[in-house]
Design a protein around this ligand. Structure first.
Ligand code: FDA
Length: 396
């Protein structure tokens, strides 16, 4: 007989959810983490307020909001554990929350409330939580798995791997899930930092230097993918929600295009200014629509220092092109050091979408960020963690 029915590696969002559901079914559950406290990423998420779900995650529109080599894979778990189900839990716990924008739900108070709710649920369901314990070698045994925890071996019938991805190693992220997957013959797709600020080479940065700290609403595009949200200039390059979103699609060597006047026609605006205020300089006209420092830089790029009344249609069209299709070529990203998530991971072809169990290894499960399912910014990643953890907890 094994020590536990279910051993969950990783006491993050997905691992705690899996542990709760398995323990509620009467399984003897152990949740192990090498960090001192469970749910550290939940605690710092959403600027300390945890954007715990997105109401659109299972809506028909939500279907394109998860990146994966098989974007349909996530739908099974997401439809079995919906945002409403997590919202009910949050309400029952008395945690106040609000919708910020675009369906994103945040705690009114601290993200710690979500961690407390989950750890309480785990304990009430009868699960054991061992924190500050390292996870060593894993062996398959006749009736389950034998895992080195700290300096002792512990056995369990089912093993749920919920150790997340590689983002923010400083917080204890490791590639353990990928190593376990490879050990048991599962595929791992290419992993890369996602939801991450983009950086520029020094010469490009030199031109943008004065803009550090400036924020504006923009449409940022990469091919056909576009996001209209805030764009923030930093000392290293670009950040803000629009950039974090596009970073999941961007690849080294690619350019991105920025429309600084979302929802407005730049040429119409410039023509109207030429008619109504012909003596104004282009930069002054732009400063009425954009942050002043940005207007100044765009004016320099456009290179038409005279009065707008003197500019031909052709010159106005060229100026409008700069404003609506400003092309920038990031050189890199800030990497896993600041990335919110890891794109790619355990190959979904090797997992059963209904249970998250490895197709070829009975009772071995992978959940959460470790799997090749990556959500957009805005609560989608936690919803995936809750949903994938939930279905594994029901099956393990
Ligand atoms: P998670 O990383 O949460 O948990 C993995 C656990 O495994 C950790 O507790 C870790 O210590 C443990 N572990 C790792 N390696 C181990 C090893 N070798 N041995 C033992 N234990 C090990 N998403 C969202 O939807 N809304 C939001 O507001 C935010 N905000 C946000 C802010 C920041 C700064 C970051 C970095 C990320 C977010 N995210 C987010 C993303 C979200 O945090 C992420 O998608 C989930 O935490 C993933 O949950 P998992 O449980 O899969 O991994």
């Amino acid at each position: 007989m094994t020590d536990f029915d279910v051993m969950v590696l990783g006491a993050g969002a997905a691992g705690m959810m899996a542990g709760i559901e398995a323990a509620r079914r009467g399984r003897r559950v152990l949740v192990v983490d090498h960090a001192r406290d469970p749910g550290e990423k939940i605690r710092i998420s959403g600027g300390g307020r945890c954007n715990f779900t997105n109401v659109n995650a299972t809506h028909i529109l939500g279907r394109d909001r998860f990146l994966s080599q098989n974007p349909r894979f996530a739908l099974s778990a997401l439809s079995r554990y919906t945002p409403d189900m997590f919202i009910e839990r949050v309400k029952k716990q008395g945690i106040a929350f609000h919708e910020k924008t675009l369906g994103q739900l945040f705690c009114d108070g601290s993200a710690t409330q979500i961690v407390t709710m989950l750890t309480q649920d785990l304990r009430q369901a009868g699960a054991s939580i061992w924190t500050g314990r390292s996870v060593g070698s894993i062996e398959k045994i006749a009736d389950g798995f034998d895992v080195m925890i700290g300096d002792g071996r512990v056995t369990a019938t089912s093993l749920i791997v919920a150790t997340g991805g590689k983002s923010i190693p400083k917080m204890g992220a490791t590639g353990l899930a990928y190593d376990i997957a490879r050990q048991f013959g599962l595929g791992v797709t290419e992993t890369r930092p996602a939801l991450v600020p983009l950086t520029f080479e020094p010469s490009a940065l030199e031109k943008l230097r004065d803009l550090a700290g400036v924020s504006t609403n923009a449409i940022v595009s990469h091919g056909k993918t576009r996001f209209e949200e805030a764009l923030l200039f930093t000392h290293r390059g670009l950040s803000g929600p629009a950039i974090l979103q596009i970073s999941s699609y961007w690849r080294e060597g690619d350019a991105i295009s920025v429309d600084l006047l979302p929802g407005r026609n730049a040429l119409d605006l410039l023509r109207a200014a030429r008619k109504d205020s012909p003596k104004l300089h282009l930069q002054t006209v732009l400063a009425n629509a954009l942050p002043r420092r940005l207007a100044q830089l765009m004016g320099e790029f456009i290179g038409q220092p005279g009065m707008i009344g003197d500019l031909s249609d052709k010159k106005l069209a060229a100026a409008a092109e700069w404003i609506e299709r400003w092309t920038l070529k990031p050189v890199s990203s800030e990497g896993y050091r600041t990335a919110e998530v890891t794109l790619g991971g355990i190959d979904t072809r090797d997992l059963d979408a209904k249970t998250m169990m490895a197709r070829a290894v009975p009772n071995l499960f992978f959940v959460g960020e470790a799997v090749d399912v990556t959500g957009w910014l805005g609560g989608y990643n936690f919803q995936w963690a809750w949903a994938s953890g939930y279905v594994a907890g029901l099956a393990a």
